[in-house]
Design a binder for this molecule. Structure first.
Ligand code: UD1
Length: 429
């Protein structure tokens, strides 16, 4: 298994191009199942999760073509992907594929809406809490689906098609909103989704569905109103920039010091996190190119943060903020409200010298003068990258093991950081 070796203590300076968002790309690719015409996605990042989903969709019969670079594209331009589900040959998503990536469970909505049936393995993915699927299933039931669970599979049937319905989620769920939205787009009549996720990736998918002919009102709000249509058609859509990648590199720069432009980033997608960085004493500036992050010399002030659904502070940046605050002058408090058990990075950060104590869903981080390099183990996607960030600021060598998690969600991480002066390299095997 590959490792990442970091010699810490170097400031980051330069430009980091921000890739298309993983969490929009995955549901957008899945949306291709809703139509027999071709969906073209631009700005698709090169990630292990994207490759895995290509494989899963291929199993259902989706033809996928990734076009090469065109004249004028720079090397950082994302891929263009053509997805054509003209003929769905299999409505089963098997365990050995779905168990590798939780989001692949989301094929259930479009398969059901288009084919009237789906058999999808219960999901796996990052080991952060139990991550149930009850909201997905309740939404599909409300739309008229018969659901059975058998031998680890969800068997969903709607032989007479889906019927529009009112769905009110008990708490905000990104995935369940995707499922309900995609299914309702092809249902008979009107659906209303209340307490819908407002995450920018949900809006990106909704906008793509509109281009495909879906009738959706209320995009960006917590009430989505959908008039079902009989068919969706071909469309072309560019994936929005990755706000989690943006926030991650912003915290890396805040941690090491330096001055970096995050090219293509959109500040409004992560305003709350950028506000937190500013409170901590980091310079954040919106420019024509993207977002500029700088910290020169000054220490970091401690912060108090509680994770929340969008537009609140994202749980996917919680581990990175914790790494950053391990160097603040004072004690920070971070409360995690989205996922239980999302503190697996704490014990690894402690190996680098961070002082963090846990009390239920709250972490108290007592800033230390310096971190010291050590071997650490990546446990999930966002936790892994928090270890990389900490390693960049730690004295001496940090070796991050099990980096396959990073490859799931960060495109060319070492390359992007090295281009800004980090001493970071991948060690194969
Ligand atoms: C998505 C993101 C993930 C992010 C998370 C929260 C993708 C590919 N992944 O994950 O990076 O951390 O949103 O912003 O977009 N829940 C239930 N029942 C359900 C579904 C969810 O109880 O049926 C709970 C979860 O356990 C969790 C909360 O709802 O406590 C939010 O989870 P959800 O928004 O669904 O996360 P994902 O869509 O899996």
């Amino acid at each position: 298994m590959d490792r990442i070796r970091i010699q810490g203590g170097r400031a980051l300076n330069g430009t980091i191009p921000i890739s298309g968002a993983k969490n929009a790309t995955l549901p957008l690719m899945i949306a291709s199942l809703l139509t027999d015409e071709t969906l073209i996605l631009d700005n698709v990042p090169r990630l292990a999760d994207v490759a895995l989903l290509q494989h899963i969709l291929g199993n259902h019969g989706v033809d996928i073509m990734v076009s090469g670079k065109r004249a004028g594209d720079n090397e950082h331009t994302g891929q263009s992907m053509h997805l054509s589900a003209s003929n769905i040959v299999d409505t089963t998503a098997p365990y050995h594929l779905v168990s590798k990536m939780r989001a692949s469970f989301w094929v259930i909505g479009p398969l059901l809406a288009r084919m009237g049936e789906a058999k999808v393995s219960m999901p796996g993915g990052c080991a952060i809490g139990t991550r149930p699927i009850d909201f997905h299933l309740d939404a599909l039931k409300a739309l008229g689906t018969e659901i059975d669970i058998e031998a680890g599979y969800v068997l969903a049937k709607a032989p007479r098609g889906l019927q529009g319905a009112r769905i009110n989620f008990p708490r905000v769920s990104v995935g369940a909103t995707h499922t309900a939205l995609m299914a309702a787009s092809l249902a008979n009549g009107e659906s209303v989704i209340e307490n819908a996720a407002r995450e920018p990736e949900v809006s990106d998918v909704a906008e793509c569905l509109q281009k495909m002919g879906a009738k959706i009102d209320g995009i960006g709000t917590s009430t989505l109103r959908i008039q079902g249509v009989k068919h969706l058609h071909a469309a072309r859509h560019a994936v929005l920039p990755d706000r989690i990648e943006t926030g991650t590199y912003a915290m890396a720069v805040a941690m090491t010091g330096g001055d970096v432009t995050l090219a293509g980033a959109r500040a409004e997608l992560l305003q709350d996190a950028l506000d937190v960085l500013q409170k901590a004493g980091v310079t954040v500036q919106t420019t024509n190119e993207g977002v500029r992050i700088a910290r020169n010399g000054a220490g970091l002030a401690p912060v108090e943060v509680t994770t929340a659904p969008f537009p609140g502070f994202p749980t996917d940046l919680q581990a990175q903020l914790m790494a950053l605050m391990s160097r603040a002058s004072g004690t920070s408090k971070i409360t995690e409200t989205i996922f239980e058990n999302r503190f697996m990075h704490v014990s690894e950060l402690a190996r680098l010298g961070a002082r963090i104590s846990l009390d239920g869903d709250t972490a108290l981080i007592e800033g230390v003068e310096k971190l010291k390099g050590a071997p650490v183990m990546a446990t999930d996607l966002r936790a892994s990258v928090s270890l990389v960030i900490a390693g960049l600021a730690a004295e001496g060598e940090t070796m991050v093991h099990r980096v396959y998690h990073l490859d799931r969600g960060f495109e060319r991480l070492e390359e992007k950081l090295a281009a800004c002066g980090a001493a970071i390299e991948r060690v194969a095997g």
